[in-house]
Design a protein around this ligand. Structure first.
Ligand code: NAD
Length: 362
């Protein structure tokens, strides 16, 4: 199925409204999920609707909750997400930090107690749009661990994303946003839904032996995803635990979370006004010069050349804005089932797709 992004946004928004969110919240969560699809990260897009609706029904996320500053110390803010939708409270926490940077030049924001905050790019993009550089350390707690530490047989932490971004003159930010696992969990789920194997050196089975079967992540006892880049990705993932969970105060993954299913994200963000470090002219000249130098190397045989981090997402966005968003049958079926649990039936959704001119075809 190929669905127009506007139509998809309206359908998803109607589902969240039916699940108890006010109009603004429903529209915001829907917009951010569809943004992830537009960027090509289907694992963090509307495929999450069933998981979020289940979380509302289980009381793991509470609609219409907002973030609140619980400790204000100038350039350091501690923010409680109050168990609200991550897409709402992470945006609010980031905006608190952005406002503060205007006074202090730099701000560290420690967000705790948020439900799933999705792609970390959303929050880095808010900073870049305000003209600020930023870095974000995120951990994920309250559920069965997913990622084995380098050298270990069993999962101990999550896919803990790290994100860093820099605004550029007039264009999109240079932005690296990566899970510290070799593959984000949602991508393993997509492989499982499609009946595909994953590549070598990605997964361990519950005994700690290598496997290509994505199913090991969805059984109990669970297998494990390996860290990206061996000891280096493991180290970065551990620092996401240490910065977001220990330093930021949100808490780290613990043995008692084994078997639990409540996803809580914590995020420690550092937001920096470049104007306090360098003048705009030399900053822009340096960015332009390193980008031209790095991208200027000829492509390897059969390759398309060097891309900047965030370039694949920008290209995908342009493509999907124009041509629509592909959604596989399993994912769409699960979204329709979730919608039915909050009394949004298939006919209504079909009507919304038609009304909004979606080119949805099999
Ligand atoms: P990925 O591997 O697709 O991309 C990682 C980064 O590499 C991106 O910044 C991308 O622009 C860059 N990149 C990709 N190909 C490139 C190329 N050829 N040249 C240069 N740069 C390139 O992403 P991922 O690690 O699978 O993560 C997917 C998303 O999942 C991220 O947005 C992340 O924030 C999110 N995530 C969220 C959580 C959570 O708990 N909320 C957990 C894990 C992941």
């Amino acid at each position: 199925m190929i669905v127009d992004h506007e139509a998809l946004r309206r359908v998803v928004s109607a589902v969240f409204r039916a699940a108890g969110s006010d109009d603004a919240e429903a529209a915001l969560v829907a917009r951010r999920l569809v943004e992830a699809n537009l960027a090509g990260h289907d694992s963090h897009g509307v495929a999450r609707v069933p998981q979020y609706i289940e979380a509302v029904q289980a009381g793991d996320v509470t609609p219409n909750r907002h973030a609140g500053v619980i400790a204000d110390q100038g350039a350091i803010l501690v923010v409680d997400g109050n168990g609200g939708y991550g897409h709402v409270v992470a945006g609010e926490a980031t905006e608190f930090g952005i406002e503060r940077v205007a006074e202090t030049g730099v701000c560290v924001v420690a967000l705790r107690n948020a439900h799933h905050i999705g792609r970390i790019s959303h929050w880095a993009e808010l900073c870049s749009a305000a003209g600020y550089a930023s870095m974000h350390f995120v951990n994920s707690i309250g559920h069965t661990p997913l990622v084995a530490p380098f050298g270990g047989r069993h999962a101990r932490i999550s896919t803990n994303p790290f994100c860093v971004a820099l605004p550029t003159r007039g264009g999109w930010p240079i932005l690296l946003d990566m899970a510290t696992a070799k593959v984000a969990e949602g991508k393993i789920r997509v492989a499982r839904n499609k009946g595909q194997e994953v590549e070598d050196d990605t997964l361990l089975d519950p005994s700690g032996a290598p496997t290509n079967d994505p199913g090991v992540i969805y059984q109990r006892p669970r297998g494990a995803i390996l860290p990206v880049g061996g000891h280096k990705g493991y180290g970065l993932g551990l620092f996401c635990e240490l910065f977001a969970g220990a330093l930021g105060g949100g808490g780290t993954m613990k043995p008692e979370t084994e078997g639990a299913a409540r996803v809580t994200n914590n995020m420690l963000s550092v937001i920096i006004d470049p104007a306090l470090l360098t003048d705009a002219e030399s900053y822009e000249a340096e960015v332009d010069s390193i980008v031209a130098w790095v991208k200027g190397t000829p492509p390897v045989d059969g390759g398309e050349g060097v891309l900047l981090p965030n370039e694949p997402e920008q290209r995908m966005r342009a493509e999907r804005m124009a041509d629509g968003i592909p959604i596989d049958a399993v994912t769409w079926g699960l979204i329709l089932e979730a919608a039915e649990t909050v009394a949004v039936d298939r006919e209504r959704i079909a009507g919304m797709l038609a009304v909004h001119g979606a080119e949805s075809h099999q």
